[in-house]
Design a protein around this ligand. Structure first.
Ligand code: ZN
Length: 393
């Protein structure tokens, strides 16, 4: 399922550098034949800090000093798609190195239910294939669970080159953060005239989005050929923001929503329609973006539950013969290496705590506990960088 790379030693060191992964975990992962994700290799290759170059390229001489002097760079980890740190005089824009790879994963998922009208399938009369939609929805549920449990996503595509919507999506996310820095540098705390009371709580996000929209539109205006993917990139970025919101926040009664992202996207669609009306971008470009957003909504609407991939891994492996148990260690090592280690570790801890409560009545809970013990012992050689042993103390 995972695309693996022939890991050369130079490949390994670029992974290590780009993802802040300890060499002990990487060597252990390799020794076990664990595949290293392809998108991660691409990201590591692009480590020549494209965010820094982008920032250098777009920052204008006549902008406020704080914006001109702001720095930008990639992070090896992080649960945000992008963030701006505005403190004192210095501002920094940061983006986790995984952001383009994750947008690429989502793009694949959104595209899957659509059948090309040029398809050789004689039944392909419509663009949207309902059966494919259900498959994509199950995959999407798992993705939401991965965002929640591990901060790691598997990309299936062999082609992980960033292009089209992924590139413009990433640029939108960057411009959004730049928008926060700009507003702070200008000391602007005004309420925009278009703001309606229901949007009041999101004012900072909406203003940053508007800045990003304008910046990206100016850029696309000079490159009409990029326009369709341009607005699709915005929709893709917002669909990922929605996925994170949905995966990480539960409201009363365990309800999940994409409320904030939806408010933001509605505003963006509104500005897009206006720009199209003025002839700044094409109607077609707006329609492609709208189609992406609707596709993501179609997936959200089909989500029945957000599973816990870590819990499934532990439960299913615990039911298998002991010689299969190293599989669990392998997945956990990979998620720790390329995902959010603190999420992985804390999820395992809560599964362990729950299993302890149930162990006396349920043999499955007892088996899960035994498996966690096994994983601890099995990964003893990377005990310190993994942080699992301390977490379970
Ligand atoms: Zn923001």
């Amino acid at each position: 399922m995972n695309m693996s790379l022939p890991a050369s030693s130079s490949g390994l060191s670029s992974y290590q550098e780009a993802f802040g992964v300890s060499s002990a975990i990487l060597s252990e992962l390799q020794r076990r034949g664990g595949p290293l994700p392809l998108w991660a290799a691409q990201s590591a290759k692009d480590r020549e800090d494209w965010l820094y170059s982008l920032h250098e390229a777009v920052t204008e001489w006549d902008w406020p000093q704080q914006v001109r002097e702001a720095s930008a760079g990639l992070l090896d980890k992080g649960s945000h798609l992008g963030l701006a740190d505005i403190g004192g005089t210095a501002a920094t824009i940061m983006m986790p190195i995984s952001t383009p790879g994750f947008l690429r994963v989502l793009l694949e998922m959104l595209g899957y239910p659509f059948v090309s009208p040029l398809s050789s399938d004689p039944q392909a009369t419509t663009l949207l294939d309902g059966r494919r939609m259900d498959t994509a929805a199950r995959e999407f549920e798992r993705t939401l669970g991965m965002i929640h449990d591990t901060g790691y996503l598997d990309a299936r595509a062999a082609d992980v080159a960033f292009g089209g919507a992924v590139t413009t999506g990433v640029r939108f996310l960057y411009y959004h953060e730049l928008g926060h820095v700009m507003r702070s540098a200008e000391g602007d705390t005004s309420r925009p005239s278009w703001l309606v009371p229901e949007e009041e709580y999101l004012v900072e996000e909406l203003v940053a989005d508007q800045f990003a929209f304008v910046m990206l539109t100016l850029e696309l205006r000079r490159h009409p050929i990029m326009q369709p993917s341009g607005f699709a990139g915005i929709a893709l970025a917002l669909a990922f923001v929605a996925a994170k919101e949905f995966a990480s926040t539960t409201y009363g009664g365990g309800r999940r929503t994409t409320k904030n992202a939806t408010h933001r996207m509605h505003r963006l669609l509104f500005w897009a329609a206006k720009s199209a009306g003025m002839g700044v971008i094409t109607e077609e470009a707006v329609a492609v973006g709208k189609c992406f957003w609707d596709a993501s909504h179609g997936l959200f609407a089909r989500v029945q539950s957000v599973p816990s991939p870590l819990f499934s891994l532990l439960l299913q492996t615990a039911m298998r013969p002991v010689q299969d148990w190293p599989t669990a260690s392998l997945h956990i090592l990979r998620w720790c290496a390329f995902g959010d280690r603190s999420k992985v570790v804390s999820t395992i801890r809560s599964i362990r705590d729950e299993a302890q409560r149930q162990a006396s009545q349920h043999s499955r809970a007892e088996a899960v506990l035994k498996l966690i013990e096994f994983v601890l012992a099995d990964t003893n050689c990377v005990r310190v960088p993994l942080g699992l042993a301390e977490a379970l103390d």
